[in-house]
Design a protein around this ligand. Structure first.
Ligand code: PMP
Length: 384
């Protein structure tokens, strides 16, 4: 493989629930789950059954035809959104692709300017990268798509100043996962909704990381009590299989016309069958409430440690950022790995947790209790 990801720290061989095993047979509690992916944990029987049934019935159909799992999934997503009126779904294979589709939909408004936020992560393809607000990831690939303006995340005044009547869309994440689980001030999404509406610009919510139950509701926008024009999804939706979705609500449902956009595997029945199993199981097992409750227990538990290295916990549901007073997250994650936990040093001073929604309370408590030992190990190494 090309050296895109640096030196891997583990080779994983199998998983079950919230646990994974490496090729040497060591077990880890997976508090990252493929970066906010496996809502149901690893090897969930509902996904195994749905995928097996579907691949042995019909595995791929091409977009010249339609298939039942894709139709059912589109309908289910619209239903779970709770949004009245028109809604239409475009299926693709990843978060970047879901945002590419949203970007092309934005161009269909006849306007060219796009507003996005500093620190945002929307993917690595050229369009999605142009929306991304992390300069280090972008500069090696310039020039990018023109017309994208970046403003500080969470800043309503900056949005008001940047947006005008030539603005096609404002792209924003409800919580910036890759920037270190950065939560905007209360009222931000509501203000973004009002400002975009005022200028006839689309509000595009990138829910690739926050959607499908991660924050304890099906979608983050439901917590804000707003409706976006466009929502993008990926990661958790496919239960470990590659699937992305771009959903247009209201007039935005009709921005694409036949021939405008497409992809070979989009709406692949196997991925859609897996996604239906994810949604069914989240509902049947009460995993939204569970994610909310366990997330709160982790947050209050970590805060209650009163550990001198920990400055706070932010996020919602099971997307949490533990903020540190020093840039030691990579060392803490290495110590955690040795102790049998996979955690993510997303920023030098932020540890991200995005465990499966099925994470049980006992495992959550065990992690919180062991957290100080990871920092102790760093201190011990530095002293010796
Ligand atoms: N948007 C957000 C908010 C993300 O977190 C990510 C992935 N980290 C992406 C888009 C890109 O998704 P993918 O890697 O599936 O292209």
């Amino acid at each position: 493989m090309m050296d895109n990801y640096g030196t891997p720290s583990l080779a994983l061989e199998r998983g079950e629930g919230a646990y994974v095993w490496d090729t040497d047979g060591n077990r880890y509690l997976d508090l990252l789950t493929g970066i906010a992916v496996n809502a149901l944990g690893h090897a969930h029987p509902a996904i195994v059954e749905a995928v097996t049934r579907q691949i042995s019935t019909i595995g791929h159909t091409s977009n010249l035809y339609v298939n039942e799992p894709a139709l059912a999934l589109a309908e289910r997503l619209l239903d779970l959104s709770g949004v009245d009126g028109d809604g239409r779904v475009f299926f693709c294979n990843s978060g970047a692709e879901a945002n590419e589709a949203a970007l092309k939909m934005s161009r269909r408004t006849g306007r060219t300017k796009i507003v996005a936020t500093d620190g945002a992560f929307h993917g690595r393809t050229m369009g999605a990268l142009s929306l991304t607000g992390q300069p280090g990831k972008k500069t090696p690939f310039e020039p990018l798509v023109p017309g994208v303006v970046h403003i500080p995340f969470g800043d309503v005044d900056a949005l008001e100043a940047a947006i005008d009547d030539d603005t096609a869309a404002f792209f924003v994440e409800p919580i910036q996962g890759e920037q270190g689980v950065v939560v905007p001030p209360a009222g931000y999404l509501q203000a973004a909704r009002a400002i975009t509406q005022q200028h006839g610009a689309l509000l595009v919510l990138d829910e690739v990381q926050t959607g499908i139950g991660r924050l304890g509701t099906w979608f983050a926008f439901q917590q804000a009590g707003i409706v976006p024009d466009v929502m993008t999804l990926a990661k958790g939706i496919g239960g470990g299989l590659p699937l992305g979705a771009t959903i247009g609500f209201g007039d935005a449902a009709h921005l694409f016309e036949p021939g405008h956009h497409g992809t070979t595997f989009g709406g692949n029945p196997v991925c859609c069958a897996a996604a239906l199993a994810v949604l069914d199981t989240i509902a049947a097992e009460g995993l939204l409430e569970h994610a909310s409750a366990v997330g709160k227990e982790i947050a209050t538990g970590v805060e209650a440690l009163g550990h001198p290295q920990i400055s706070g916990v932010r996020g919602a549901g099971l997307l949490l950022g533990i903020t540190l007073r020093e840039a030691v997250s990579a060392k803490a994650a290495a110590a955690a790995q040795q102790a049998g936990y996979l955690i993510n040093p997303i920023q030098p001073d932020v540890i991200r947790l995005a465990p499966p929604l099925v994470l049980d309370e006992a495992d959550a408590h065990r992690f919180v209790a062991d957290l100080p030992s990871f920092f102790a190990k760093i201190d011990a190494t530095e002293e010796s």
